[in-house]
Design a protein around this ligand. Structure first.
Ligand code: ADP
Length: 432
């Protein structure tokens, strides 16, 4: 039992004694006790009333003066209040700091109301890049303020893992990369970053690579022409002949690199919608398999096809040829003689899948994530010796990006590899 309680019991005992004495005076102990205890009860009620009034109305921070158990009660409530006030103060400070941080963020940040497209809040960068005005735009639907079709399609798609690029509604020269971030239960945050500079640099890089490749083409053609003429002439036997043949194979390699670089530049810069048509994948694979058998030559790889000839794909014929042939030719180049190569085209797992499986040298797991980088090779010597440019899988990646597809690589060192191109079912087409 705590001290205040003991004090109160003592007080009660004292009062009972006074009640008995008063009872003796009034000739009725019960009456005396009743009077004293009524007074005690009235004291409690009075203090309770003061407590309620203090909690509800008083602007005073300090609790009212009291005695006995009520002094203890007031003290405890006062301490609790102090703790709560401190916590509230800290929370308010934290909230203010967060608010200041989000306001100062260089990226436009917009908060949408729960489960709706209505705007709840935005920071200064959003006002600058998206042209929102306070209070006019509070509660407006974001789709009324940003009306670009690609943004609306993205907003309504529900697939917010990716980002979308749009011009700023206030300045078309500014490019914004927009991302919707779902959080809490049904809340969404929209973040837009100014990528104008990055995009400009990327475009400069693309122009540079495209121009250099283009400029290299003419001198290469001239050199190749002279080499052919010299090799055709009678007086280049012996060592000179070997040197000229080596020069020709190097110019051929350079030609392949230049062509691949030009193809990559085109894949990066052209609109993916251009020239989309029904691609008869079955006959595309037949052609690629014929070329693969030629490439295999004396190595005599066993090339098998498992092709659903009724399955066609909406896409670009020449691009798909580049992607699929790169995978098949790689299988030939990285599989020892007489190895097995299986080419498959099928509908599986709710997707359209083109895959090439070989029983070749395989790839160690740590190389796999980097294979689609330009000029990344596991074994540079072997790649060059077999006529590789180091750009094949980068081309595959870009072609698939333009076809909403993805590349999956499954490989075991020394056992073989499977390279699979997955396309969404929406790209399935009726074969003509
Ligand atoms: P490359 O012209 O060098 O073949 P790619 O971009 O086509 O360039 O391939 C990148 C690297 O991936 C290759 O250098 C090779 O090491 C590895 N690779 C690609 N396909 C296979 C395969 N089927 N088996 C083993 N390794 C492969």
């Amino acid at each position: 039992m705590t001290d205040p309680w003991r004090g109160d019991w003592q007080r009660l005992a004292g009062l009972a004694l006074w009640g008995v004495l008063l009872g003796l005076l009034l000739d009725g102990i019960a009456l005396g006790l009743l009077l004293v205890l009524s007074g005690y009860l009235a004291w409690h009620l009075y203090n309770m009333l003061r407590l309620v009034r203090w909690l509800r109305e008083s602007k005073k921070f300090e609790p009212p003066e009291a005695s006995g158990i009520w002094d203890h009660a007031f003290e405890q409530i006062f301490r609790l209040q102090q703790r709560n006030r401190k916590r509230k103060h800290n929370l308010r400070r934290l909230l203010k700091r967060f608010h200041k941080i989000t306001v100062a963020l260089p990226d436009a940040t917009v908060e949408l109301r729960p489960g709706s497209e209505e705007i709840e809040w935005w920071n200064n960068a959003a006002a600058r890049y998206l042209g929102f005005h306070y209070p006019r735009d509070t509660g407006q639907r974001i789709s009324n303020l940003i009306r670009y079709p690609q943004f609306l399609a993205y907003l309504h798609s529900g697939d917010w893992q990716r980002e979308v690029e749009i011009p700023s509604p206030v300045n078309e020269d500014i490019t914004l990369r927009v991302r919707v971030i779902p959080y809490s239960k049904n809340r969404r945050l929209l973040v837009a970053r100014d990528v104008t500079r990055i995009q400009r640099l990327e475009r400069t890089r693309q122009y540079f690579v495209a121009n250099v490749s283009h400029e290299l083409r003419s001198p290469l053609t001239v050199v190749t022409g002279y080499l052919e003429t010299l090799l055709d002439s009678d007086d280049c036997a012996g060592q000179l002949g070997d040197q000229l043949r080596s020069m020709r194979s190097q110019t051929e390699r350079m030609n392949r690199i230049v062509n691949d670089l030009m193809l990559l530049s085109r894949l990066e810069s052209e609109d993916p919608q251009i020239d989309t048509a029904v691609v008869i994948v079955g006959s595309l694979i037949d052609t690629i398999a014929d070329h693969a058998r030629d490439l295999s030559g004396e190595s005599e790889h066993r090339i098998r096809l498992e092709v659903d000839a009724q399955l066609c794909l909406m896409g670009h014929d020449s691009e798909l040829y580049s992607a699929f042939s790169n995978l098949v030719f790689n299988a030939v180049r990285y599989t020892p003689a007489h190895g097995d190569i299986l080419i498959r085209w099928e509908e599986a797992g709710g997707e359209l899948v083109f895959s090439v499986t070989d029983t070749g040298m395989g790839i160690a797991p740590h190389h796999i994530p980097r294979l689609t980088e330009r000029f990344y090779r596991v074994d540079t010597g072997r790649s060059r010796a077999t006529g590789g440019t180091g750009l094949g899988l980068a081309i595959v990646k870009h072609v698939l990006l333009r076809h909403e597809g993805r590349l999956e690589i499954d490989s075991e060192l020394g056992a073989g590899s499977t390279f699979a191109c997955h396309f969404p079912l929406a790209r399935k087409a009726d074969c003509p």
